[in-house]
Design a protein around this ligand. Structure first.
Ligand code: 48F
Length: 265
């Protein structure tokens, strides 16, 4: 076997060229999703599958958000119907306990959700934190995000961000609803309140989270635990059906909205 010889400078130049081609491309998007947890990855899968140009910015260097920790670090989480059908569709193996209730491996769920989103055409960028939104007036709407290296933020360096535009921005940041929080603080005219989630009541929380998923202000959408945070819903712990279904629902909302706009112009 002859291993191809590549000199160091070529490695550098190829990496820079490929990276900047990508950044030039996804500086303008149909949809930006903030957070590659279960709801963000599910949304990315459906949005990309519909043909919308979709970029996910994830603060960490990994996929899956809260999936990885499983339940108190046990490597299983619970999925209930009808989310099981979605997971079967992307090749996740389910261990059935009773009709409509399954356990899944956290590593398998993270890997296969991410693969499904990427294979559908979504771009996922790790190590980037979204710390603000872009807005326009008349009519008032969110039109993109400000991004910064997570490492820069961790080092507390004073560095200005870059800006990325999108026709729709999805907050999939989980319990902290970070994007919606910053928008509500800096743009009070959007009229977003953040009452915070309630204590656990899994039996009703799953249904409510899916039902209340959607647009929270023009151009700005919530999915996953960000929904419970802004709608004062109960938490549900290590049962993840609603996260997957919420991602699907926000994708359907955006697809419907953006398509309407396409027809109107
Ligand atoms: O927390 P996370 O998994 O959110 P989710 O999709 O799912 C919630 C469940 O994991 C679990 C639960 C279900 O019953 O209670 O908590 O709503 O994933 C959020 C992802 O967003 C990233 C974060 O690192 C995580 O991977 N994230 C958070 N803030 C930012 C961010 C930010 N400002 N910029 C980029 N990524």
């Amino acid at each position: 076997m002859n291993v191809k010889q590549v000199d160091e400078t070529k490695i550098t130049r190829y990496i820079l060229r490929a990276t900047f081609e990508d950044w030039m491309d996804f500086s303008v998007n149909d949809v930006v999703i903030v957070g590659a947890g279960p709801s963000g990855l599910s949304a990315a899968y459906y949005l990309a599958k519909s043909g919308l140009k979709t970029t996910v910015f994830e603060r960490r260097l990994s996929f899956g958000g809260g999936i990885g920790g499983g339940a108190m670090l046990f490597h299983k989480i619970i999925i209930e119907s009808p989310a099981d059908e979605i997971l079967r569709g992307i090749g996740v193996r389910l261990h059935k306990f009773e009709e409509g209730v399954y356990a899944v491996d956290s590593a398998e769920l993270m890997a296969k959700l991410a693969t499904a989103a990427i294979d559908a055409g979504a771009k996922i960028i790790h190590g980037v934190t979204v710390d603000d939104v872009i807005f326009r007036e008349n009519p008032l709407r969110v039109t993109g995000v400000a991004v910064e290296w997570t490492a820069t933020q961790m080092a507390a360096l004073h560095v200005d961000p870059l800006f990325i535009s999108a026709r729709a921005v999805v907050d999939a940041t989980g319990h902290d609803a970070e994007v919606i929080s910053v928008a509500s603080r800096k743009l009070p005219e959007l009229g977003i309140a953040i009452p915070g989630e309630k204590s656990a009541y899994s039996e009703i929380a799953e249904q409510l989270t899916v039902e209340q998923t959607g647009e929270v202000a023009p151009g700005l959408y919530a999915t996953g635990m960000a929904v419970t945070e802004i709608k004062a819903l109960p938490r549900m712990g290590p049962i993840f059906g609603a996260m997957i279904l919420s991602g699907k629902r926000v994708a359907e909302d955006i697809i419907a909205k953006l398509n309407v706009k396409i027809h109107n112009t």
